[in-house]
Design a protein around this ligand. Structure first.
Ligand code: ADQ
Length: 495
């Protein structure tokens, strides 16, 4: 098992949900795959989780956090941010620059210089809060694109600190990444970590290609596999692909409970003798929801046998609601749903698309996934996409069919068993919709059994273990020689 003295996690948000009633604040644990996977490790290693608690109001949260901390079994350390900082660092730099850029939507970026200053300030603040918590021998694991500069700050004070990073979103190729005005600073910030984890080999390769093209003096990359070694002067680090997963057994158990079974049955009862195709996403322009709806509309036009026989259920969970762009996306989706339903609905009998725009309970999520004969997961770009893995884990009878975007990180694991599509190819997606509708039970089973095997074997616990073992079994500096590693390239040679 994982061998660390003390595990310290840092992420933008603490794993808590805050509630306010008549000026009194309480908190409860916020569920999620990452929290579930890390909780046993944090408990065993007297861990600490550092992050923003979720409000910019100047309120006393110590009591509320202590209660949750006792429930979770590890310490929670809040980093307080004011509204201005949150605007520049989170809504600005993280979500108007890094999110679109790293997903390949560079034209949506707002390269506002003030955001960069806020991002640096808040990263410094996170680093300072962490420095106050760290003890010698701690292993620090920092999550996601909001905090890419924290290691650089921390290492200035504690060069011996073992500090790892995991990027949950994709890493773009050089032609996109280099549009970032602060590209050099971000790469140098990342190079201060001891391990940089990516979701896929493609992301890891994009990162090393960017390093190569930036020509950082003295930087060398060794190897070309999933995990590569990098040296920069005296500093040695690793970069690797660690595809994230979920708690397969827990989801499967939950999906098999009488509560979920009953919900799934009631849900499918409303669509007797029809197939359901489910789409489920956070409302975001990277998820390809309008393109998917257009493909469903085209499928109904081209393949009349689908009319009355295949119902699409699209669930979107509201997110980043105060950003105007997300509001516009919601209108586009609602307009498309209205158009398609207006064209094909048979009154009192069949409605082509059932659209639900709200967050639903975990049991309902699993019931929808369990009840659907087909799932359509077609992001334009996605780090991993856990909905695809959730669909597979919930598919207890092993007969579900999955249409999956080539540009979701999960496609690297599912490629031969899911029906892969290009989410920009509306005709191709329409044909895939007809294909899964017609797919016979034997082909469905063959594919789904294999998919379930893939997720069962590579669950979230394996992910944590692989990552932490790679991060904590550091190579001896002397072991890093050109003789032992086949170099991808040597930057210093190109200068
Ligand atoms: P996200 O972009 O948030 O995560 P994803 O991995 O798809 O994307 O997870 C979404 C979660 O929301 C799923 O657990 C799903 O069940 C839930 N959900 C969706 N619709 C819902 C609804 N209407 N009600 C309630 N719950 C709903 C980022 C990256 C991903 C990466 C993850 C983990 O963008 O690529 O897979 O981190 O690393």
């Amino acid at each position: 098992m994982v061998n660390v003295n003390r595990l310290v996690i840092m992420s933008n948000r603490l794993p808590v949900a805050l509630h306010e009633e008549d000026g009194a604040w309480t908190a409860s644990p916020a569920p999620g795959g990452l929290v579930t996977a890390l909780t046993p490790v944090l408990k065993r290693h007297s861990g600490v989780w550092i992050g923003w608690p979720g409000t910019t109001e100047q309120v006393e949260l110590a009591g509320a956090l202590e209660t949750v901390s006792a429930e979770l079994g590890y310490r929670l350390e809040p980093v307080q941010l004011n509204a201005e900082q949150l605007q520049g660092y989170y809504y600005g730099f993280s979500n108007e620059i890094i999110w679109p850029l790293f997903h390949g939507f560079e034209t949506r970026c707002n390269f506002e210089p003030a955001y960069w200053h806020d991002y640096q300030d808040v990263n410094r603040q996170f680093a300072a809060a962490t420095a106050g918590v760290l003890e010698p021998g701690d292993f620090l694991w920092i999550h996601d694109y909001h905090l890419m500069l924290t290691a650089r700050e921390l290492k200035r004070q504690s060069p011996e600190l073992n500090c790892a990073f995991f990027l949950h979103i994709p890493f773009p190729p050089p032609d996109i990444f280099f549009k970032l005005p602060w590209r050099k600073e971000i790469l140098e910030g990342l190079l201060a970590f001891d391990l940089i984890g990516f979701q896929t080999l493609r992301d890891r390769r994009n990162f090393t290609l960017c390093l190569q093209q930036l020509r950082i003096p003295g930087l060398k990359v060794y190897g070309r596999g999933a995990v590569v070694d990098i040296s920069l002067g005296e500093h040695h680090l690793r970069a690797g692909a660690f595809p994230i997963s979920l708690d397969y057994q827990d989801i499967q158990r939950h999906a098999a409970t009488p509560e979920v079974e009953q919900l799934a049955w009631l849900f499918h009862e409303k669509f007797p003798d029809r197939q359901i195709m489910i789409g489920m996403d956070r409302l975001d322009y990277t998820k390809g929801i309008p393109e998917r709806l257009a493909a469903f509309g085209l499928a109904l036009e081209r393949y009349p046998e689908l009319r009355g026989n295949l119902t699409m259920v699209q669930l979107t969970v509201p997110s980043r609601e105060r950003v105007p762009e997300y509001e516009r996306l919601r209108h586009i989706i609602e307009q498309l749903v209205g158009q398609i339903n207006g064209q094909y609905t048979e009154v009192g009998d069949w409605v082509p698309i059932h659209y639900i725009h709200r967050s639903v309970s975990r049991s309902e999520v699993l019931a929808y996934l369990r009840a659907a004969e087909n799932a359509i997961v077609t992001p334009l770009r996605d780090g991993m996409n856990l909905v695809a893995k959730e669909y597979v884990a919930c598919n207890l009878d092993g007969t579900g069919a999955l249409i999956l975007s080539e540009f979701a990180g999960v496609a690297a694991e599912f490629k031969r068993r899911a029906i892969l599509v290009n989410p920009y190819d509306i005709e191709g997606m329409a044909a895939a919709i007809q294909r899964v509708y017609l797919m016979d039970i034997n082909e469905r089973k063959r594919r789904m059994i294999k998919l379930r095997e893939i997720v069962r074997k590579n669950d979230i616990f394996t992910w944590v273990e692989n990552y932490v073992v790679t991060a904590t079994h550091r190579h001896e500096k002397s072991a890093l020689t050109v003789d032992e590693f086949a170099p991808d390239f040597k930057l210093s040679d190109t200068e």
